[in-house]
Structure formats: C-alpha cells, structure tokens
Design a protein around this ligand. Structure first.
Ligand SMILES: [Fe+2]
Ligand SMILES: [Fe+2]
Length: 363
C-alpha cells in the first residue's frame, strides 16, 4: 500500500474504501420499520451501559489504580528463613495460613460480587470498585502465598510435618480450611439473595477491622518485609472501607425494616467469623476439635516472639472495640441497631446464635 492510501489524518482514503456517502446508500431501512430486538432476560450482564450515579466511587476507583501495589516488587529474598528456627518458621507460616483463610477467599468472593453487580446493573463505578477490590485481594492472597512458601516450602498443607508442633499446625490449618469451606458455601447462597446494602454492611465490618489490624501489625513487626506487606495491605483495606461507606450511604436510605434487623445479625456474624484472625473466636459457628484453641495459642505465641507483628490478645481486643465503635457510629445515622457483643462487654440487641448461613463477612 502506497503512502497515498492514508491521508494526513490517518484515515483510509484509497479506492478500495468507498466514501461514507456511498456506503450509506447500502443501508436497508425497512418500510415497516426496524424490528425491535427482544429484551434481554434478566439478570444478565447485557445490555451494557456506563451510568455514573456516585462520582465519589469513580474517584476512589481512580485512586485504586494509582495506589495498588505489586507483591513481586517486595524484596522477599531479604526474608531469610535461616534467620528463624524451624519452630518459628512453622508458627509464622501458621499465622499466614490463618490469614489466608480470610484473605485468600477475597478474590473469589469479590469476583462473584462483581459479577452480581454486573448482572443487576449497578452503576459503572460500583462494578469497577468491586473489580479493584478483587484485584487488591488477589495481591493480598499472593502475599500469603509468598510468605508461606518462603517460610515453609509447600505450605500451608503440602509439606511433610516432622515434629509435634508441625503436626499440630497442619491439623489446625486443616480445620481452619474446613470452616473456610463452610463460609464459602454460605456466601454463595447469600450473594444473590440480599440487597447490596446488606452484603456490604457485612463487608464493612471486615474492612474496618482489617485496616486497623494491618496498620497495627505494620507497627509491631520486627521484619521490614512484613512491615512493607502490612502497610501495603492496610492501605488497600482503608480504601475498601471507603468504598463500603460510600456505597452504603447510597444504599442504606432505601433499606426496609426487615433488612435492618438482618443487618444487625450480620454484624454479630462478622464478629464471630473475623475474631478467629483478629482476636479469639467465640464458641459458635466454628467447628473445631477441643484442642484447637490451645494449639492455636501456642503457635501464635511462638510467631509473636519471632517478631511477626501479631498484637497481644488484649491489644487485639482493644482493636476490635475501636473498630466496632466506628461501625456503630456509622450505623446510628441509619437507625440500624447494633448487636450485643458480650465477649467485649458491648451492649446491644441479642440476635441469638450464628449459623453457617449467617456468615457473609470478608476482609
Ligand atoms: Fe484483603
Ligand atoms: Fe478488603
């Protein structure tokens, strides 16, 4: 093709490209009018449109693009496994496996929430924010993966335990993932059933708690790699929290009383579920053998001594209280009652026992 085929604007003007006027002659305009396309049965991701109702969410999405971090850019090779004893390595790996019981379900949980948002035709920034959370959670999962592989190759479950401590850790991880599996089943059933406001109130408790947790751990850890990881994840979680709050300010006013009561129960479920990594789990929902908690405490104490950055149990409880106070304040504005959390001496509505189907919260 010669230079003359393309004019200065970059358009194709050679003879094989007829003019627009010539092309328009070929249009077929039926005398009886166009046949309307059938309506797309819903829920469906089609028809596609890019409606913006909440510009603030669009802003947060832009920020997510700039702020996101790359887990491979963290200097993992400076995390020297030989600087720790085998006991310390397994104990620290155990904590990362514990975290991954929450953070590693994040990509699939938000991936599904994103598809749901497309199918129910949420405004464009909502869908994009869900996408950004999915992206971030995949990074958090990668951090769990990398930390675990560095400390115990083929962890969390594929290594051959040689000591009592290693056997205890592996068995506890098996039990954690058993419960993680129950959570996934419950979440799958909930995602299509409840309005976004309900789903996101559950998410919000997780985001408030996790942003506080990671900022605290970034300060407490003795290793620069862990500090960088915790700081990066903490920044993401703060952004997730802003997404939640912005979305809820939009959705809460339309919430029916029936759902208001349900949200109260969800907050209690969030406390029960997330306490496993944020503090200590109350004796409901969690199916665990009777020795689990003792072994869990031993492993976490060893990881604490090794400088991973796990807060003391009393600091964790205080962390929870602060997070809960923040959420409670937000909810008051929308006449949503807060559940009682007797474990932390927090008064509120008694919502009874928590079962598999109640657990939606995620980091
Ligand atoms: Fe996360
Ligand atoms: Fe998150």
């Amino acid at each position: 093709m010669g230079a003359s085929a393309i004019d200065i604007s970059g358009k194709n003007t050679a003879a094989e490209y007829p003019s627009v006027e010539e092309l328009k002659q070929r249009l077929i305009i039926p005398e009886v009018g166009f046949t309307p396309a059938p309506e797309v049965p819903q829920p469906n991701v089609f028809p596609i449109e890019w409606r913006v109702e909440t510009p603030k969410l669009a802003e947060i999405y832009e920020r997510a693009k700039r702020e996101g971090f790359n887990p491979s850019a963290i200097p993992w090779d400076t995390l020297d496994p030989s600087a720790y004893t085998a006991d310390e390595r397994i104990a620290m790996m155990y904590w990362w496996a514990l975290l991954s019981n929450f953070d590693s379900s994040g990509p699939a949980v938000f991936g599904r929430a994103m598809i749901h948002a497309f199918e129910t035709h949420q405004e464009d920034p909502v869908r994009k924010c869900f996408f950004s959370i999915t992206r971030d959670e995949t990074n958090h999962e990668e951090c769990c993966q990398r930390a675990i592989q560095r400390l115990v190759p083929n962890g969390p479950q594929g290594f051959a335990p040689k000591t009592e401590l290693e056997r205890a850790a592996l068995n506890n991880i098996d039990w954690l993932y058993h419960n993680g599996g129950r959570y996934w089943t419950g979440f799958n059933n909930a995602v299509g059933k409840y309005p976004l406001a309900v789903l996101f109130t559950s998410f919000m408790l997780g985001e408030v708690a996790s942003s506080t947790l990671f900022h605290g751990m970034a300060r407490a850890t003795r290793h620069p790699v862990f500090e960088q990881v915790f700081r990066s994840i903490g920044r993401d979680e703060s952004r997730h929290l802003q997404i939640c709050i912005t979305l809820l300010e939009k959705e809460w006013p339309g919430l029916s009383d029936e759902y208001r009561a349900f949200v109260t129960k969800q907050l209690r479920a969030g406390f029960v579920f997330l306490s496993m990594v944020l503090w200590e789990p109350p004796p409901m929902f969690w199916q665990l053998p009777d020795y689990f908690l003792d072994n869990h405490r031993v492993l976490l104490d060893i990881a604490r001594r090794a400088g991973l950055g796990i807060l003391r149990v009393d600091e964790q409880a205080e962390n929870w209280r602060i997070a809960i106070a923040k959420v409670r304040k937000l909810l008051e504005r929308w006449r949503i009652e807060f559940p009682a959390i007797p474990e932390l001496d927090i008064e509120g509505v008694d919502v009874g026992d928590i079962s598999d189907a109640d657990i939606i919260p995620v980091f």
